[in-house]
Design a protein around this ligand. Structure first.
Ligand code: BGC
Length: 747
């Protein structure tokens, strides 16, 4: 069955272009394809369909963790299940695998999937936090650690990375992604895929990645989870699709289709997306798994009358595997008999599944990922914990430091540690914490205790709970603040307030936390506000009244130590915001790479594109983040100043550490196409570099900007570099920049 592509003309055009790299990392390809051919030749229809069926483990009996149920065991033995998820532990996964490879007719090993999003047991900072490090090497390393821990436990497939661009902080899943920028998002996506899969997915410390949620799940209207997505093809292609493409190019073995519709076509039944773009344009050779029950959700979406129709729609669109809905198990055989799904298409889906199993090395050793010994030595190892601490401190963004309040001296006599998150052990794990456990978490209070000498008095007061309305603890908190030389005040969200199905209609601090902040600030003591949350919150009052503010997101098991490293100067902050911090929720959507409009905002001019009751700027711009030292940027030099459409400009700037501490800076490069055949963003990130400078040291930072980085979709949706003038901005964030100009001429 063929369906009209979403954007027919473009798909033909882009298929003709060979812009799209083929995925790599398919080791042993020829041998694998032969093996797969030989299996497909002998498989019955039920066995073929079985490979496409994925269920969550339903038994909770004898083992310490979950296990497959007796009924699932029977289905596995009959070759009716290809993968199990939410099953972990070397013992449990071995037991299930044994059924598949010893009792089933064809002995095809199982996949074991789990949401290993930011760590397995060693919980790292949430993805949005790690994106704030702008450190792709670190992000890759951390995904490697997560993969090794998960693999030891028998998990061979993670439902990560989530690479959805998000421009709306009300959306709870913004915590799981890398923010609002397509380039940063793409680099993070590729780093995570490399980390999970390693150079060789068949290694016993690698697991298969799953780029999700394809596509544009983050574009939900109103920031409400699962909601409708409706955007122009230009925005889809230029802003939302690049990170998925980057994940596929990095070799992601699997992709997950998303819950949402796009312009009337739900992603899980969207042939143009799953077959047109993903397979035909990008050359993706792995398999697509639906999101949880997303196939039967085609019924409430209103594009399928019943489960039979939903299965046909999803499968023919290109959704190979069915997560949990059971639609394929129940109806694919019948659809085949009735000719509504063809046998070559079924074989192709099975081939993609088996290819991933082959790439993971499961046909050579189905137990390679389940090792009691490695489980003991790898999971939560001192090395992994040390990495989590380093990741934690690199993920923190220093938003304000008036009068150089930070770092605090370790010889400080007393510190009041206040707030509902100050001694919280569970919430710092963040959403999707896999096997993370509160008892592994170092709280902020403990981290501070670890950092200061025993002579320093610590006064702790919770003040209030995260969401409650009880004000009775505020007086004690004020008392503690009054008794101390400085205050560290930890406020924010619970982990359950972000992640899936956790959209919010306001970005305010929940509960009565604002009252706590105001009461503590009114003591006049020096206050450091430590924010823990899964999204940027509206903190305009705090920004105006509190001298020092740190955005720490959710940092995982080493939360307290990582924050204390910054509080007391053992680490000089280097994080930068991967999204725009708004003044209030009313500004949504507000992202740095917006269009200029015909009436760009001027706060003093009524008839411009602005709100009458707010400044037009964000609270903190994309790319923003302070250090304990200061960096000075010289002027930008471009050479040559005129290139053709195949040329490259060298962008050069001198950066100097003008402060008194060694510091790390993320030097950012943005470009604007001054005039185009269509409107262009006011600036777009085109590169960044991390440098470390000693006090007084200066360094020339060079970027090479090839014309292909200027590719855009023109007024006929052709992907081209348009001749014309361009402005280059280099700086410490997307707002504070120095600029230069160059020209592109026809070749
Ligand atoms: C989420 C996915 C997740 C899946 C399996 C779904 O509800 O949307 O991101 O991978 O569940 O847990």
């Amino acid at each position: 069955m063929t369906r009209p592509p979403l954007f027919p003309a473009l798909i033909i055009l882009l298929t003709a272009h060979s812009l799209f790299a083929q995925p790599r990392h398919w080791p042993g390809d020829a041998r694998g394809e032969r093996l797969i051919d030989s299996l497909i030749r002998v498989m019955t229809i039920d066995e073929k369909v079985g490979q496409l069926v994925q269920y969550t483990a339903k038994g909770r009996d004898s083992l310490p963790g979950p296990s497959v149920s007796a009924e699932q065991g029977e289905l596995i033995a009959r070759g009716r299940i290809g993968g199990i998820f939410n099953l972990w532990g070397a013992t449990a996964t071995r037991a299930a695998q044994k059924i598949a490879v010893e009792r089933s007719r064809l002995k095809i090993p199982l996949l074991f999937g789990l949401d290993v999003i930011h760590g397995y047991r060693t919980t790292f900072p949430i993805p949005l936090a790690e994106a704030s490090s702008w450190d792709t090497a670190m992000v890759e390393q951390d995904a490697r650690v997560a993969a090794a821990e998960a693999a030891a436990s028998g998990v061979n497939w993670t439902f990560a990375p989530m690479v959805d661009i998000a421009r709306d902080p009300r959306w709870g899943r913004i915590a799981e992604g890398s923010g609002e920028d397509p380039l940063l998002g793409s680099l993070m996506a590729a780093a995570r895929v490399r980390g999970f899969q390693g150079g060789d997915p068949a290694s016993y410390v690698s697991i298969a990645a799953c780029a999700k949620h394809f596509a544009a799940y983050g574009g939900a209207e109103g920031g409400r989870d699962y909601n409708t997505v409706d955007m122009s093809e230009r925005t889809l292609r230029e802003v939302y699709l690049p990170p998925y493409k980057a994940a596929v190019d990095a070799g992601a073995l699997t992709v997950m289709s998303s819950f949402n519709e796009i312009g009337g076509v739900p992603a899980t039944g969207n042939h143009a997306l799953l077959t047109g773009i993903l397979r035909n344009e990008w050359g993706f050779r792995g398999f697509v798994v639906s999101d949880w029950m997303a196939i039967t959700e085609l019924i409430p979406h209103g594009v399928a009358r019943d489960t039979l129709a939903a299965a046909a729609l999803a499968f023919n669109a290109g959704t190979d595997a069915d997560m949990e809905s059971g639609a394929y198990r129940l109806f694919l055989p019948r659809l085949l008999r009735e000719g509504k799904v063809t046998s070559p298409l079924l074989d192709e889906g099975v081939r993609r599944l088996l290819r991933v199993k082959f790439a993971l090395g499961l046909f050579d050793d189905p137990y390679r990922h389940s090792s009691l010994e490695l489980e003991r030595s790898t999971i939560l190892s001192p090395d992994n914990i040390a990495r989590a601490r380093d990741a934690g401190r690199r993920s923190i963004v220093l938003l304000k430091n008036a009068g150089g309040l930070l770092p605090l001296s370790k010889n400080i006599r007393s510190v009041a540690v206040i707030g509902p998150l100050a001694d919280d052990r569970a919430d710092p794990l963040g959403p999707w914490d896999a096997l993370g456990r509160p008892e592994d978490v170092v709280t902020l209070l403990e981290g501070i205790r670890n950092a200061v000498p025993s002579s320093t008095r610590l006064l702790y007061a919770r003040g209030c709970t995260i969401e409650g309305a009880d004000r009775s603890g505020i007086a004690l908190a004020v008392e503690a603040a009054n008794d101390a030389d400085a205050v560290v005040l930890a406020v924010g969200e619970s982990s359950a307030m972000s992640g899936e199905a956790a959209s919010r209609s306001t970005l305010d601090l929940p509960g009565i936390q604002n009252a706590l902040v105001e009461a503590v600030a009114s003591t006049g003591k020096p206050v450091v506000l430590v924010l823990m949350n899964g999204r940027p919150l509206s903190i305009a009052w705090a920004e105006a009244h509190i001298p020092a503010i740190m955005e720490t997101w959710f940092l995982g098991v080493q939360t307290g130590n990582a924050i204390a490293d910054l509080l007391f100067g053992d680490y000089n902050p280097s994080g930068k915001l991967p999204l725009t911090f708004l003044r209030t929720v009313g500004q949504v959507p507000f992202y740095y790479n917006h269009k200029n409009t015909g009436r760009p905002p001027v706060d003093t001019s009524k008839f411009t594109s602005r709100y009458s009751d707010l400044p037009s700027s964000p609270l903190f711009p994309f790319g923003y983040g302070l250090s304990y030292t200061t960096f000075d940027y010289g002027s930008v030099t471009l050479s040559p100043e005129v290139i053709d459409t195949a040329g490259t400009v060298a962008v050069d700037v001198r950066v100097k550490n003008t402060g008194t501490r060694r510091g790390e800076e993320v030097v950012q490069l943005y470009v604007r196409q001054d005039v185009g055949s269509v409107t262009r963003p006011v600036r777009e990130l085109k590169g960044f570099q991390r440098i470390i400078l000693a006090p007084g040291e200066s360094r020339r930072v060079e970027f090479s900007l090839p014309a292909r980085d200027l590719l855009m979709y023109d007024d006929s949706m052709r992907r081209v570099v348009e001749p014309g003038t361009f402005t280059v901005y280099v700086g410490t964030n997307s707002r504070d920049v120095t600029e230069g100009h160059f020209k592109v001429r026809e070749r």
